[in-house]
Every structure is written in C-alpha cells, then in structure tokens.
Design a protein around this ligand. Structure first.
Ligand code: GLP
Length: 266
C-alpha cells in the first residue's frame, strides 16, 4: 500500500482525477472500475472538464461500476446507473455499451451478479479500480463480515450504510433499499491497480483501521493491504487518525512514485 496525504480534499480529488487521466492516456482502451458516493462527484466533474477540453479521450474506455441497489431501475434518480450518467457518462465521449453497472432491476439478481463477474473477466479484467470508503469500512457494498474472497453477489446492506446513505433518500434510512449487488472484495483485489480516495474527518478512524489495523472481515477495506498495487489518497482530515504518519511522510519524500505524484502537472 502506498499512501499519499494531500493538504485538503480539493488536492486529493485533483490528484485522483490526474491519475485516472494518466491511465486513459497511457492505455486508451483501459478497463476502469468506477465507484459512486459523494467523494467521487468532484473527481468525475474534473474528468468531464478534461474531456471537454479534449485532454482525455473516453472513446475506447470500458467501465464497470462496483455496485447497484437491488430493486432500483436504471432511471431511478438514486440508482447508481443514474448517478453515473449524471456525473460522468453524459459528459464524456464514452460509448454507452461500454459502460457497465449491475442491473438492480434484473428479474434474477443472483444470475445478474454471476453474469456481471463473467463480463468483467471477458473484458480482460479491471486495469484500475477507483474506490471510496464507507464510514463502516465497506468497499463497494462489501459490508463488515463479508468474506475477503467474495465475488460479485447480492448482499444485505448494514444498518450503518442505510443511515450513511439516507441523505440521498430524503433523510429517511427506511427508504434506502436494503439489498444491493456488489463486486466482491475478491473481485476488487483482482484489479491490476487500485486507487482508494478518502476525505473528511468522519472517516479518520476507519481510515486508520484500513491502513494500519489488522486485516479483518470486520473492516473490508483492510483487505487492500493484500493488494500489490494499491494507492491510497487521503486529505489531511482523513489522515488525522493515523499513528504512522512520520513513516508515511518519509515514504512521500523518498518513494519515486509518490514524489512524482506530489509534483504539479497534468
Ligand atoms: C456508497 C458506495 C461505496 C462508497 C461509499 C462512500 O456506499 N456503495 O462504494 O465508497 O458510498 O460514499 P461517500 O463518498 O458519499 O462517503
């Protein structure tokens, strides 16, 4: 795991957008794993802006989103398909048939989960997976106690997740769907590279457990410690619970990859 601490959330998002842009420039036919959530909105807005200025070309890119609520059709304004169109797909030159989000309205969601996993494999696997972190340590919708080797499947959401996401459903946790389809933790670990972006003091404690704690099914994000190419981008607030900050800052000053990321530029 390599860790980059940025002065604030704006720097963290800009750096994440830059890494995604570099990935697309280096491999125009990249397969990107995408995430949803408030953290990602500004990152997608930066990508859309770069696309508008012809700095990146999505025409050969394929995307697979991490997850989707079960029972919500693609046109529902809280579905993740809708979120992706609103924040990214409608603003870049990506071919709609290359954008994949699990179908939460499928008659057989279990079969949809298996088929989704197969579609990722058929596309050659994910080159770069973008991830956010739930306040309870979830990645995708892999809630605490999920198997660390799980594959794409249907899950029951934790109460903490319903509460965290209630704001998008009029503030009422009772309106948040209780079931979802999600790539498994094992599916995520198969990505060639992972980029985890966490901002805000509310996630400081869970971020410390993901990075410094024991690998545990209680904290699904901690499984990323097993990933050979995982970069974590934090703002100062999210990094405020880390006990190993000196060691991390040493790495930031001496690791060539982290030094290059600190440098300005596109
Ligand atoms: C949802 C998504 C997760 C995401 C999380 C973080 O629960 N399923 O993939 O990481 O939101 O959301 P936010 O960025 O709004 O804190």
């Amino acid at each position: 795991m390599k860790i980059m601490i940025c002065p604030d959330a704006s720097h963290a998002r800009t750096l994440a957008a830059r890494i995604l842009s570099d990935q697309i420039r280096e491999k125009p036919a990249s397969v990107l794993g995408l995430a949803t959530g408030r953290t990602m909105e500004a990152i997608y807005s930066l990508l859309a802006e770069r696309s508008r200025h012809d700095e990146i070309d999505f025409s050969a890119v394929t995307t697979f989103n991490l997850d989707e609520y079960a029972g919500l059709h693609a046109g529902h304004d809280q579905s993740y398909r809708y979120y992706m169109r609103k924040h990214l797909f409608d603003h870049v030159n990506i071919a709609p048939d290359r954008t994949h989000v699990p179908d939460g309205s499928a008659a057989d969601v279990e079969a949809e989960a298996v088929s989704y996993e197969n579609r990722i494999a058929a596309a050659g696997g994910i080159d770069l997976q973008l991830l956010g972190l739930g306040e309870n340590g979830h990645i995708g919708f892999n809630e605490p106690l999920s198997s660390l080797s799980s594959r794409t499947r249907v899950v029951t959401l934790a109460q903490a997740t319903l509460e965290q996401n209630a704001v998008m459903f009029g503030g009422d946790p009772g309106r948040v769907p209780t079931r979802a389809l999600t790539m498994g933790t094992g599916t995520i670990l198969d990505s060639r590279k992972v980029l985890l972006v966490v901002t805000g003091s509310k996630k400081a404690d869970i971020t410390a457990r993901v990075i410094e704690g024991p690998v545990s099914a209680l904290v699904p994000g901690s499984a990323l410690q097993f990933h050979p190419h995982c970069l974590v981008i934090l703002d100062n607030a999210a990094a405020s619970g880390l006990t190993q900050r000196d060691a991390i800052e040493w790495q930031m000053r001496h690791d060539p990859e982290l030094i290059a990321l600190s440098a300005d530029g596109s």
